[in-house]
Design a protein around this ligand. Structure first.
Ligand code: UD1
Length: 352
């Protein structure tokens, strides 16, 4: 599999995956609507992998929405005409804010679900039948006390999670329709943070971020005075919530392992958790960030955030065993690399 289409490839996770694909000598086509990402990310990707003359051969970009059948179909046709058919798709494009999804379920279902159906339709008509889908731990029943296994009970609690879940159901139906055709992997992400160690790419949220790590870096760069920590009365060791934070480069490595797994195996559908299997409390994260970067993060405790869960940790043993993947970066790496990016790019990819 040498030519890969990456939908949503200009985003936070997508850009890190592009670096790894190029380093492994894949040719990539990135499609992205840029509504929540920037083309600058791909220019930086080229800098990281040091593409010079052969840049246009190795990476091409098309600004397009995954719901646009004609545009997608043309990309597949053009590739085949050049005798370089697209052999697989890493599908990340989609809307991803839990909060927005509660207010705009139509938009979320249309973009994520209809967009994926459209993509699969185009792939099917062009005989491209390998896909790695970007799913999320949010599809599980997160009230589960133990580590979350791939077979753990599913119960998404918001429209964003529902769209991820139904897309997985759809991909299962697709696989079952002809057992000799499709190669499908669903990767369920836990909490990706950090950035490429070069500091050239990273998370560039538009508007005020809701997630913990960008909130910490905003306080570190003094864009916000204090960090709000939601709840110090959770049933955990220090009273703050526990999450499974994973370095975005480890997450990106997981996608390369998944693509290579699909190449080596017969048609299949498999689900894998991508997390470290380690639980870190919000306070531990803040303390590690302060220590590694030598920056004070003033914080205050507020009441619990609605919908939060005390503990979410992956059982990642299946991915380790089957994909031969192993998360290599620790919490200190996540904090150092994440801050290096934010410090060098206080406004993310925005031209300020
Ligand atoms: C959230 C999403 C999840 C998504 C993930 C991406 C929800 C319910 N879930 O998960 O679908 O895949 O982000 O990384 O939104 N916290 C603070 N102060 C802050 C921000 C967060 O204390 O300013 C706390 C939260 O209360 C929580 C922990 O940090 O306990 C992690 O929060 P967050 O980064 O938003 O991730 P999740 O809620 O785990």
């Amino acid at each position: 599999m040498r030519r890969i289409l990456v939908t949503g490839g200009a985003g936070f996770i997508g850009s890190h995956i592009c670096v790894n694909l190029l380093k492994k000598n894949y040719e990539i086509i990135v499609i992205d609507s840029l509504i929540n990402s920037s083309l600058n990310a791909l220019n930086r990707v080229s800098r990281i992998v040091n593409l010079k003359d052969d840049i246009n051969k190795k990476i091409s970009f098309i600004n397009c929405d995954i719901r646009d059948y004609e545009a997608l179909n043309q990309i597949f046709l053009n590739s085949s005409e050049k005798d370089k058919p697209i052999e697989g798709v890493i599908h990340l494009a989609g809307l991803k804010s839990v909060e927005d999804s509660l207010n705009s379920p139509i938009e979320y279902w249309d973009c994520n679900v209809n967009g994926t159906i459209n993509l699969i339709n185009v792939m099917n008509n062009n005989n491209c039948k390998s896909i790695v889908f970007s799913s999320s731990a949010t599809i599980y029943d997160l009230s589960e006390r133990n580590k979350i296994h791939e077979n753990s009970f599913k119960k998404p609690k918001n429209p964003y999670g529902s769209t991820k879940f139904v897309i997985e159901c759809f991909l299962n139906d697709l696989f079952k329709s002809n057992l000799n055709e499709w190669r499908i992997i669903n990767l369920r992400y836990f909490n990706p943070i950090g950035a490429h160690p070069s500091g050239l790419i990273g998370e560039s949220p538009i508007g005020k971020p809701n997630n913990i790590f960008p909130s910490i870096t905003q306080v570190a760069s003094r864009k916000r005075k204090t960090l709000n920590i939601f709840g110090n009365d959770w049933p955990t060791k220090d009273g703050t919530c526990i999450r499974d934070f994973i370095h975005v480069m480890d997450l990106a490595d997981g996608h390369i392992s998944a693509i290579e797994y699909l190449r080596k195996n017969k048609p299949l559908i498999k689900d894998f958790n991508l997390g470290t299997g380690l639980g870190t409390s919000v306070l531990e994260l803040v303390n590690t960030f302060q220590k590694v970067n030598n920056i004070e993060i003033p914080y205050i405790f507020l009441p619990r955030r609605k919908g939060d869960i005390s503990k979410v940790i992956a059982d990642n043993s299946l991915a380790i065993k089957e994909l031969k993947w192993n998360p290599k970066r620790n919490l200190e790496d996540m904090c150092r690399d994440g801050w290096n990016w934010q410090n060098q790019n206080p406004y993310g990819f925005a031209n300020k």
